[in-house]
Design a protein around this ligand. Structure first.
Ligand code: NDP
Length: 291
């Protein structure tokens, strides 16, 4: 079994981005600028947003973080998004999800200008992705493609099983893996909570991409020998062994599957860092499109 090392690969990508930022500045352009909006004080969301802001510093981007209390009105939030949309200094905008129940997430996503939607969630960008047109690919699926590519994983003609059909991971992943390109050209099965006989389907996977949000759900008995596993899941559980008091678990039971798979992304250190690297890459694309 070989680890698909997302942490190392993401660091390589960040170094490549940092070099491009230096070149941009040398040619008289401004630094790329990513803005993030955080609503409320959910611990996991705080962690993710802080990691994104820190990553911006590392590659030489500017970043701004706008915080709102969890009782912010939808109107106020949309007004802030519009302000950022119209701020020429800002290249990319992300709104950390999930949002409180009184705010319509789709309305928020649709309010972000597609040209600044570096998370790749806007319906226009999802449509362009589905048609294989240039766009911002959703960051997590894009990170998975990049990882498969950099490890030269063969995908053509393979059976790719995706578990989970969310708009931000499973659904776009299934579209991208079926596209006529590399990585892609897979025969794809998209599964979800209503899928019957899931174990029988996962057993036929050459590539298994798991994004359902249930800690250690996938075990060795669900797999065929030699499968490539991409574990997207992140569940925070309390731990007395870590400094933070939390540890992260994936959707795959690593110890159970490690002797059966050919490649696997670890949690942490797999898809998570790649997601952030792709967010930076999308922001750089946005900045360069204006230069
Ligand atoms: P969602 O909760 O939006 O979607 C979960 C999906 O899993 C749904 O489609 C659901 O089916 C399906 N599902 C639930 N239970 C089962 C089951 N028993 N069998 C088969 N399918 C099932 O999750 P996300 O896609 O947003 O996130 C998934 C996980 O990935 C989470 O742990 C999240 O934290 C993590 N994540 C990690 C990222 C990273 O950068 N590493 C980025 C984004 C997410 P149905 O549609 O029928 O309800």
């Amino acid at each position: 079994m070989q680890i698909l090392d997302g942490k190392k690969t993401a660091n390589d990508i960040k170094k490549e981005i940092a070099i491009e930022v230096i070149a941009l500045i040398k040619s008289g352009e401004k630094k790329p600028h990513l803005a993030a909006i955080l609503v409320g004080s959910d611990g996991a969301s705080e962690t993710y947003v802080n990691a994104k802001v820190k990553a911006c510093e590392k590659v030489g981007f500017n970043s701004s973080l706008v915080r709102f209390d969890s009782d912010v009105s939808e109107e106020e939030l949309l007004a802030e998004i519009n302000k950022i949309n119209n701020n020429a200094d800002i290249d990319g905008l992300i709104v950390q999800l999930p949002l409180p129940n009184h705010i319509d997430e789709m309305k928020v996503t649709e309010t972000i200008f597609p040209s600044k939607d570096v998370d790749g969630f806007h319906p226009e960008n999802i449509g362009r992705m589905a048609l294989n047109l240039p766009t911002y690919l959703p960051a997590t699926p894009a990170g998975i493609l990049e990882l498969l590519q950099r490890y030269h994983i063969e995908t053509s003609g393979k059976h790719c099983v995706v578990v989970g059909r969310s708009n931000i991971v499973g659904l776009p992943m299934s579209i991208l893996m079926a596209q006529k390109s590399y990585p892609g050209n897979c025969t794809v099965t998209l599964t979800h909570s209503r899928t019957q006989n899931l174990n029988e389907i996962t057993k036929t996977a050459d590539i298994l991409i798991v994004a359902l949000g249930k800690a250690e759900f996938v075990t060795a008995d669900m797999l065929k020998e030699g499968v490539v596993i991409v574990d997207v899941g992140i569940t925070r559980v309390k731990s007395e062994k870590t400094k933070s008091g939390w540890k992260l678990l994936g959707d795959v039971n690593f110890d159970s599957v490690k002797d059966k798979c050919s490649f696997i992304t670890p949690v942490p250190g797999g898809v998570g860092p790649m997601t952030i690297a792709m967010l930076l890459k999308n922001t750089l694309i946005s900045a360069k499109s204006k230069s």
